[in-house]
Design a protein around this ligand. Structure first.
Ligand code: ACM
Length: 506
């Protein structure tokens, strides 16, 4: 056993005892190879004596109202070469139960003589399946040994997200599908797509075709251009929904709009100097001409109508960042009211808290020092993305090439992200890590910035603050490396996880 494995085992023993009265030593002496290592850490996990051996085939008993959990389970089993057969000795059951303590997303997973998964919704069962996947190895084996365990789990926060900037540099549908699969494995449930910015407009709007003809053809220098058709986005919405993930679309208004202005010059006040596509790195220079409400607001309404017809998300992101304009607060109030009239709820970046909006409007907190207290006082829900913890375009380590450091010069290492405590934010609905792509131009670079940090974000959002610890996370996450390998993730070889020994490039 290598030193790394010794350390790993010690850590696993520690976490195996979360919420249990059994001595970890006794548990370990039995079957160290089958200790549970789950990320995010469940609310309670009771290891039982012994293990369950699985091979060949299992019998499935699945509630008909849980189609997504069934598909996830069948995919996982077939990936491990386990057939389903009604005469098999071991049964896996997925049952919907009426148990208010589980809420919408909670679940129970019991591995005894059989494997029993229960929840009050398909999505809860889907999470139970993800936990079962983490109890199983990533690779095909002749026989599988599972630790006997009882897990009772509910998330601390309902919003566990990733914001992906597909505007500066485009990410393909294929890459987004992969990312959704990986997010689902860690029980993340919101994929916020930053669909428009100065450097590109990525969403087809049928009433304004030049937005993608012109605005879709540009990108940040060195980045990728492109756009999604409405059919592609509808496909992605369904793909994500089947995996428990809501796609939250963002059309960033009224600033960060050079791609729109270059496509439709009449949206600008100055139709002489600012109308070229833009591929630079500056921010805060473009704005819809708010002095022309008869031009701008019909545009905003039509765009929002088309966006809402694609995305069923209750929350619709209207941007609102990095713009100083005398009519800015008025824009925020009008845009929020428009979204509200359409039966949805607006979410904006924090600056929009200066607007007059209903208290259900959400704000996304991104500058650590921003004074958001008044909005909290008014009851506005917050999505927490303070840049010094969750801007993962910042380095995995200080000085990492092709990363920003404007928010934190030491970058945002795994331990830093993990150390975030959301509890002082009384109206927080959850957290969201953000990957901006000014400097991220390939899928490999995106993977490197996302993983393993996104798994840490998932744990910060899901797991009880008082129970989780970085030491425990490191051990559990370290053990999940083969799963990331099996999913083809080109993760950062994080030294804290012992993942750097292979001498991989970052
Ligand atoms: C932002 O980083 N401008 C939200």
């Amino acid at each position: 056993m290598s030193i790394h494995h010794n350390v790993l085992l010690l850590g696993l023993l520690t976490i195996a005892c979360v919420g249990c009265s059994q001595s970890p030593t006794a548990f370990a002496a039995d079957t160290p190879a089958t200790v549970a290592h789950l990320v995010p850490l469940p609310q309670s996990m009771q290891p039982q004596q012994g293990e369950l051996h699985l091979s060949g085939a299992v019998k499935l008993d699945v509630d008909a109202a849980a189609p997504n959990a069934r598909r996830a389970l069948e995919e996982a089993l077939s990936g491990l070469g386990v057939a389903t057969d009604d005469s098999a000795k071991t049964q896996i059951s997925l049952q919907l139960v009426d148990d208010a303590s589980l809420g919408e997303e909670g679940y129970r997973l019991v591995v005894g003589d059989d494997i029993r998964l229960s929840a009050s919704s398909d999505v809860g069962l889907l999470y139970a399946v993800q936990s079962l996947r983490q109890l199983l190895p990533a690779q095909l084996q002749p026989e599988y040994r599972l630790p006997r365990v009882e897990i009772n789990d509910v998330p601390a926060y309902g919003w566990r997200g990733l914001s992906l900037d597909v505007a500066r540099s485009f990410l393909s549908v294929d890459y987004l599908e992969k990312t959704i699969d990986r997010m689902a494995f860690f029980k993340l449930n919101r994929l916020h797509l930053h669909l428009t910015d100065d450097q590109g407009w990525r969403i087809e709007i049928k009433a304004y075709p030049k937005l993608t003809e012109i605005g879709g053809a540009s990108a940040v220098e060195g980045g990728r251009s492109g756009f999604y058709t409405q059919d592609e986005l509808k496909h992605l919405v369904a793909y994500a929904q089947a995996r428990g993930i809501t796609i939250v679309p963002e059309v960033d208004l009224p600033g960060h709009t050079q791609a729109a202005l270059a496509s439709y010059n009449e949206l600008a006040c100055d139709d002489v100097t600012n109308l070229a596509p833009y591929s630079g790195l500056e921010v805060g220079f473009s704005v819809l001409c708010l002095e022309k409400p008869d031009v701008v607001y019909p545009f905003v309404r039509t765009v929002l109508e088309e966006v809402l017809a694609i995305f069923p998300s209750q929350e619709i992101h209207v941007g609102g960042d990095e713009i100083k304009h005398p009519l800015y607060a008025d824009f925020v109030s009008r845009a929020a009211a428009m979204v509200d009239e359409m039966g949805r709820t607006a979410i904006f970046w924090e600056e929009a808290s200066v607007g007059d909006t209903k208290p259900n409007v959400l704000f996304q907190f991104w500058n650590d020092g921003y004074d958001i207290a008044a909005a909290v006082e008014e009851g506005h829900p917050l999505v927490l993305s303070p840049c010094s913890y969750f801007y993962i375009d910042h380095g995995n380590y200080a000085g990492q090439p092709q990363t920003y450091d404007w928010c934190r010069k030491e970058g945002v290492p795994l331990a830093r992200l993990y150390s975030f405590d959301p509890s002082p934010f009384k109206t927080a609905v959850g957290i969201e890590a953000a990957l901006w792509t000014e400097l991220v131009h390939t899928d490999a670079a995106a993977d490197n910035r996302l993983w393993p940090r996104l798994a840490a974000a998932a744990e910060v959002a899901w797991s009880p603050g008082g129970k989780r610890s970085y030491e425990g996370f490191v051990q559990r996450m370290g053990a999940l490396r083969p799963h990331l390998d099996a999913m083809g993730v080109q993760y950062h070889p994080e030294p804290d996880l012992g993942w750097d020994e292979a001498g991989r490039e970052d």
